[in-house]
Design a protein around this ligand. Structure first.
Ligand SMILES: Cc1cc2nc3c(=O)[nH]c(=O)nc-3n(C[C@H](O)[C@H](O)[C@H](O)COP(=O)(O)OP(=O)(O)OC[C@H]3O[C@@H](n4cnc5c(N)ncnc54)[C@H](O)[C@@H]3O)c2cc1C
Length: 470
């Protein structure tokens, strides 16, 4: 969410109006998580993910600069070896206390094909570098998540997605990749060559080997215009199908304890479109400050919060961002948070989000960070959250310095009720048995391929053992 200046400016006005005073000395609290580990001189350097909830102390950290170096790093790993891209996963997919292989130096364009509109990039290329690189050769990925920090390899491994019911996840745009294996091979994988590795490897959670390069099916560069509005949550949910049909991309951010939500509609830019206003990446802190300031008021606290928000947001104009697709899709994320996300079958989305919102309110859960609601088109990738079904992805966030486990534990069963599949890179508590039931078509196929490529389980860290049951 973090879209709008409105919150910082107009909520201050709203609070003043409600209390006849300003909240001096009541600025947004720190959202920096406490570091889970500290460095001790003479000991291996700890690794910590972006969110600060995963860490490890690898005895060996390697950054290969070539495919030969990548293969040799994989082969020489003694115990558990894992790849790391940008460290932007919330789940424990990366940590290992043995060998951590960073793909940072495997970055850049390898080749491009203007006729097929395909481009091959090294797997460690960060998505914020990918946009300009592709733009320079007249290409763009059809859809991108709303932040561009991950490496392409890390994004593909977890089936990272954006929104748009005619658009699949990032993995669905992969037409081929090269996979470095523990056996020291470099396998070319496409729908025709090594097809089983291709189907398993487009969402592998890093369990098959390490991709060195990835070929993306792109389209010609294009411009987008994104319109952000404040609207009533009930109106949006009542009209959700029409909105999704009307726009190339549509998503919204329900605000806990409030009747308003933020909507984001993105379409191909039209001549004359101009940007109006801009992002405020810290706006979520203001929501928290206001909630903390008024929610304690006996009997009416939550009502007051909703009223303040409604008043403050009522006169707020639209925020519009227009430009190249790779500049419009992503937003800046500076406020630390932890996230749980499940994808439920698309038709269950509205009921699921309504139940989450009412549960937060009824159980008084300490969640003020807005949720996120998106649609993704079905694909045929074995372990993709969108395999065989159009999906509605619903995210719940908690500030980085607050307990997330207790409120997430209250909400997670709602996702189970709607047959949700968890995002591989986000927080969830499902084990192999329950995950297998969510992927009836290809769970066994994936593990057959995984056992073939990693018979000794060298790519299995504790988290992967839990989710894959080996
Ligand atoms: C602020 C923020 C916003 C986010 N927004 C979104 C969003 O809009 N949509 C969404 O879907 N997710 C989102 N996420 C989740 C996140 O983007 C994903 O979990 C993503 O996979 C992280 O990419 P990474 O490069 O950081 O990978 P890492 O977290 O470093 O690694 C992820 C997995 O990929 C494996 N891996 C890495 N490189 C390779 C390789 N070359 N070959 C094989 N395996 C590899 C790792 O071993 C690991 O299993 C967000 C996360 C954050 C922190």
């Amino acid at each position: 969410m973090q879209r709008r200046k409105f919150l910082r400016n107009s909520l201050a006005v709203g609070i003043s109006a409600a209390f006849g005073t300003t909240l001096s000395g009541c600025g947004p609290p720190s959202t920096e998580p406490q570091s889970p580990v500290s460095y001790r001189a003479g000991e291996p350097l700890p690794w910590i993910n972006w969110a600060g909830n995963q860490s490890c102390t690898p005895s060996s950290r390697v950054s290969p600069r070539s495919e030969d170096e990548l293969i040799s790093a994989l082969k020489s790993a003694k115990s558990v070896v894992r790849a790391v891209g940008a460290g932007h996963s919330f789940s424990g997919v990366v940590p290992t206390n043995d060998t951590l292989i960073s793909t940072d130096l495997l970055s850049g364009l390898v080749r491009h094909d203007p006729e097929k509109m395909q481009a091959t990039l090294l797997a460690g290329t960060r998505m914020h570098d990918m946009g300009p690189i592709l733009h320079a050769v007249g290409q763009a990925v059809p859809n991108m998540p709303d932040m561009d920090y991950p490496a392409i390899g890390g994004a593909i491994a977890n089936s990272v997605h954006a929104t748009g019911n005619s658009f699949g996840s990032m993995s669905s745009y992969v037409s081929g990749f090269k996979l470095a294996t523990l056996a020291g091979e470099l396998l070319e994988c496409t729908a025709e060559k090594n097809p089983e590795f291709f189907h398993a490897g487009r969402t592998s959670i890093g369990a098959l080997g390490i991709m060195s390069e990835i070929t993306l099916q792109n389209q010609a560069s294009f411009n987008l215009t994104e319109v952000n509005k404040v609207e009533k949550l009930g109106d949006v949910l009542d009209d959700i199908e029409a909105r999704c049909k009307a726009h190339r991309h549509f998503e919204f951010f329900p605000i806990p304890y409030a009747s308003n939500c933020l909507t984001v509609a993105t379409d191909i830019a039209q001549p004359g479109d101009v940007s109006v206003g801009g992002d405020d990446p810290k706006a979520v802190n203001t929501l928290r400050t206001v909630f903390d300031a008024v929610s304690w008021v006996p009997l009416v606290g939550e009502e007051l919060y909703d009223k303040i928000l409604s008043t403050a947001l009522a006169g707020d104009a639209e925020t519009i961002r227009t430009g190249s697709s790779f500049q419009v899709f992503p937003h800046v994320r500076v406020v630390r948070f932890r996230e749980m996300e499940y994808t439920v079958p698309a038709e269950f989305g509205p009921a699921c989000v309504r139940e989450i919102m009412s549960t937060i309110k009824d159980k008084n859960l300490p969640i003020t960070f807005p949720l996120e609601y998106r649609y993704v088109k079905a694909d045929d990738i074995w372990l993709s959250m969108f395999e065989g079904q159009d999906g509605c992805s619903i995210s719940v966030h908690q500030f980085g310095d607050l307990d997330y486990k207790t409120p997430f534990a209250e909400i997670e069963p709602i996702f189970w009720k709607y047959a949700g599949r968890p995002h591989w890179g986000k927080i969830h508590t499902l084990d192999a048995k329950r995950l297998a039931a969510l992927y009836p078509r290809h769970w066994q196929d994936f593990h057959r391929v995984r056992n073939e490529l990693d018979p000794r389980g060298k790519l299995m860290n504790d988290h992967l053992k839990e989710i894959f049951g080996s």
